[in-house]
Design a protein around this ligand. Structure first.
Ligand SMILES: [Zn+2]
Length: 311
């Protein structure tokens, strides 16, 4: 099939789900599918991704593929350093997929990919400096400045769940203390509620008016605000976005507390209003869309003039 240089495939590989999109140059989805996968070792992961791409190929051959993954990547985004729930670590996923698929492949952290998607085609369109916090089991983050994902020296920028907002000495798996995700993630809310409750239980109770559950969510919103205030003097965001299942379920409780915290603590607020706070708009496809956009961007940068005109 003749390659359509205007298309890109994006995939978002989670622990049990694989989301796939085929997008056009405007970022709009031409085709999408979400499926469960049971890959628990490296060859099975390669097979799952290859199968999803081959299915897209029947609809229109995209010359580039982007893959969003939850685990940390090396600085050059060639290797996935740890994907323990998928049963592998430190594998050259980019090169192996490139060989299997016969076309360029780009890897990206899933939260970074989601932030890029929100900036280009989602609720953050037009932002000069976008901060995305994704609330789930843990807290992920992505920052897009002037249209570019902020990656940092080793590719580990925007790990916003590890901003040190707590002073109670609580220890985090990252080795530091007081990290944001110890107070405002789904796991944290369940732990703080106690008695075997989950974050879903907390949100349901808050919706019914339970004062303890409402207080827990308001405190989580304040912690999120404190984290954004740590970033504000350094990067000057104009849009702060919450994504992930917990954020959407508990938006009515989290967003007011977050906004209040920013209103009180925003630096130079006599001159400049606090960042706009909103919910993510790309939904469950955000990571896959962002991965496809990353692949398009890289192709546009590396292809000789004229070849990538479709981008
Ligand atoms: Zn941490």
């Amino acid at each position: 099939m003749t390659p359509d240089t205007a298309l890109a495939i994006g995939l978002d590989l989670g622990g049990t789900k694989l989301a796939t999109v085929l997008i056009g140059p405007d970022g709009r989805i031409r085709h999408r599918h979400h499926r469960e996968h049971h890959a628990r070792d490296y060859p099975a992961v390669l097979d799952a991704i290859t199968g999803a791409v081959r299915e897209c190929d029947t609809l229109g051959y995209a010359p580039v593929v982007g893959l969003a993954v939850a685990g940390p990547l090396d600085r050059d985004r060639e290797r996935v350093l740890a994907a323990l729930n998928l049963g592998f670590a430190d594998r050259p996923l980019r090169a192996d997929l490139r060989e299997r698929l016969g076309r360029p492949v780009v890897l990206e952290n899933d939260a970074n990919a989601a932030a890029l998607a929100e900036h280009r085609v989602g609720a953050g369109a037009g932002a000069r400096c976008l901060v995305l916090l994704t609330l789930g089991t843990g807290i992920g983050g992505g920052i897009v400045v002037d249209g570019q994902v902020l990656r940092g020296a080793a590719g580990a920028a925007a790990e916003l769940g590890h901003l040190p907002v707590g002073t109670d000495g609580a220890g985090c798996g990252c080795g530091a203390t007081g990290c944001l995700e110890l107070y405002a993630s789904g796991t944290a809310l369940g732990r703080l509620a106690g008695a075997g409750r989950t974050s879903r239980d907390v949100v349901a109770a808050a919706d019914r008016g339970d004062p303890t559950a409402r207080r827990l969510l308001a405190e989580a919103g304040e912690r999120l605000g404190a984290a954004v205030l740590m970033l504000a003097p350094a990067i000057d965001p104009d849009v702060v976005m919450l994504g992930g299942g917990l954020a959407h379920a508990a938006a009515g409780h989290l967003l007011p507390a977050l906004r209040d915290r920013l209103t009180v603590g925003w630096p130079f607020r006599a001159r400049r209003a606090p960042a706009r706070v909103c919910l993510a708009g790309c939904g469950v496809d955000a990571g896959a869309i962002g991965a496809a956009l990353c692949a398009m961007d890289e192709a546009a940068e590396t292809m000789p003039a004229g070849v990538g005109a479709g981008f």
